[in-house]
Ligand binder design. Structure first.
Ligand SMILES: C[S@@+](CC[C@H](N)C(=O)[O-])C[C@H]1O[C@@H](n2cnc3c(N)ncnc32)[C@H](O)[C@@H]1O
Length: 242
């Protein structure tokens, strides 16, 4: 899509920013009452390396960890270490790996010597939107979106194998288009997780993409801009019919 120069913010846009409050939050016994299916907090917090391409905010991770109160956390694709730094602040034992340091999350052997974890945080490449390396094992180098989905399924299976019985797995995923066609990555992730015996432990969380580079672009054609990622919090599906 062709980009043109940004124009100044219109008064409509400025009004919209100020006018729309969030829906009311029902009272509950949640230890994090502000954690809802809409995660709109701007900023990323002092976590991880903000220069790491494709890094995410630590604020949603922090809310999830305060909610689930895990005794240990695994991030198999830690990139710039955002989850690591949140765990450090919350004093939760953390194990982090990445393909860049030789850990291939698709390979079950890499998980053989790992203990069980109460919480797995995963923020995989959104297929080829950012290329993280030339390593063919990198999910960003999958030859097609179907191959990316298959790879995700292996990663989810391996991570599920080191989840404690009360464990949860949170997967943050965005979406985009390839050759003009929506990829539907969140739907593919949920499908892959269901095939591996996992299901939603919470509503899908819509995480507002404050500060995304794509928001600063200007397009000459009309489009409905995507302003969010999706975070699935999963657990073992005890009601799964075999
Ligand atoms: C979206 S980034 C993670 C960013 C991280 N959440 C942060 O805030 O910095 C995805 C990461 O997955 C890693 N990765 C891709 N394929 C992998 C694989 N097969 N095994 C392990 N890590 C992989 C990439 O190297 C990259 O660091």
């Amino acid at each position: 899509m062709k980009e043109t120069n940004p124009s100044p913010e219109t008064s409509d846009e400025m009004q919209q920013k100020e006018q729309f409050p969030m829906p009311e939050i029902p009272r509950s016994a949640s230890p994090v009452p502000s954690l809802t299916s809409l995660h709109a907090t701007p900023g990323r917090g002092p976590y991880g390396d903000s220069r790491y391409r494709g890094n995410c905010s630590g604020l949603l991770i922090k809310d999830l960890l305060m909610y689930f109160q895990p005794r240990s956390v695994l991030d198999p694709m830690q990139g710039g270490g955002t989850c690591r730094d949140v765990c450090r602040e919350l004093d939760i034992p953390y194990t982090g790996h990445d393909l860049k340091s030789g850990f291939n999350a698709m390979n079950p052997e890499c998980f053989c010597n790992l203990p069980k974890f109460d919480f797995v945080w995963m923020h995989p490449p959104y297929w080829n939107m950012v290329r993280y390396s030339d390593d063919i094992r990198c999910l960003s180098n999958a030859s097609s979106v179907r191959s990316w989905e298959m790879r995700m399924r292996h990663v989810i299976r391996n991570c599920a194998s080191v989840m404690s019985p009360r464990g949860h797995m949170a997967i943050l995923i965005g979406d985009g288009k390839h050759n003009g066609r929506y990829l539907a990555l969140p739907f593919r992730v949920l499908h892959a997780a269901a095939l591996e015996g996992l299901w939603l432990a919470a509503p899908e969380i819509i995480r507002f993409s404050h500060g995304a580079t794509s928001s600063r672009k200007v397009y000459s054609s009309k489009l409905i801009p995507r302003l969010h990622d999706v975070c699935f919090v999963l657990e073992r599906d005890r009601q799964r019919s075999h």
